[in-house]
Design a protein around this ligand. Structure first.
Ligand SMILES: Nc1ncnc2c1ncn2[C@@H]1O[C@H](COP(=O)(O)OP(=O)(O)OP(=O)(O)O)[C@@H](O)[C@H]1O
Ligand SMILES: [Mg+2]
Length: 261
């Protein structure tokens, strides 16, 4: 598909490009020759059936898994994404996983800084500084979550917001969200969607995987459709309907005038 070719001519505008990525798990090809540019300050939706490769694609961007073939380009320069730490610290990518990895017995602020604790005099934990910064970030997101709340007391939606707060706290550029509204009520998911809109308004680049087509249509500027490990379509969210998207996911193609350019 001409719309997805990277790096080449569009690479300079792309914040991140995936080029001919392949990821296999044994006999399964989870990601099959995927080439896709991700542009600064877009909200890119990723949709597709169960097992289509959506989570695997993001796990390659986050450094959690490594591709068997293919390359990444960061602002046009070739990069290797060798670990989550490298993805976070060098490329500014924060991943919010489908099965959230949090420590329920710790407080919100402790979870926010987990693995990236601030220290005073290189030794002592700067507890008050971390708490204060956590509070400020949570307030910025207009949530009622407090820094001292225990994660075990939070709802699924609130945990998602804490994970997003981590991206804000460390000022990551690119935030990857894997099914953030899957296990929460429609009413509660509005808070997550508002946060995505807010991040977008603050110049962040967001990639959102969701089975909730309405959510994807509500917040995404562009939508990528994965079918059995392949990138089948990329379309601008410009008057798309739920039916259009379902047709792209399960039907035989897209009306030619809908393809993104
Ligand atoms: N760690 C793994 N080990 C083995 N196979 C895996 C692993 N992760 C994913 N797969 C396989 O790779 C394929 C793509 O899985 P993936 O989780 O990326 O799909 P998905 O689109 O995120 O699905 P879902 O919508 O159910 O979350 C599936 O066939 C899955 O079983
Ligand atoms: Mg998944």
């Amino acid at each position: 598909m001409s719309t997805t070719q990277a790096p080449g001519s569009t690479a300079s505008q792309a914040v991140l490009s995936a080029s001919h990525l392949v990821k296999r798990f044994g006999a399964v090809t989870a990601i099959d020759d995927v080439t896709l540019d991700i542009f600064q300050n877009e909200v890119l939706g990723i949709v597709g059936d169960n097992g289509a490769g959506k989570s695997t694609f993001l796990s390659l961007l986050s450094g959690y898994h490594h591709p068997d073939a293919g390359e990444f380009y960061y602002r046009g320069q070739p990069v290797r994404i060798t670990s989550p730490a490298r993805s976070r610290r060098q490329l500014g990518i924060e991943m919010v996983y489908q099965d959230l990895a949090m420590s329920p017995d710790l407080t919100v602020w402790q979870n926010l800084f987990l693995g990236e604790e601030r220290r005073r005099w290189r030794l002592l934990l700067d507890r008050s500084g971390m708490r204060a910064q956590a509070r400020e970030t949570l307030q910025r997101m207009h949530t009622t979550i407090g820094p001292d709340d225990l994660v075990s007391d939070l709802s699924g939606g609130q945990r998602q917001l804490v994970a997003v707060a981590r991206g804000l706290l460390f000022d990551r550029d690119i935030i990857l969200l894997d099914e953030p509204t899957a296990s929460i009520s429609v009413a509660k998911s509005d808070e997550v969607l508002d946060t995505i809109r807010d991040l977008h308004a603050h110049g962040k680049t967001i990639i959102l995987i969701s089975h909730r087509i309405e959510d994807v249509l509500a917040v995404c500027t562009r939508i990528a459709v994965f079918v059995t490990g392949r990138l089948a379509h990329v379309v601008d969210n410009d008057g798309l309907t739920v039916e259009d998207l379902i047709h792209l996911m399960f039907g035989n193609g897209v009306p030619p005038d809908r393809e993104a350019t």
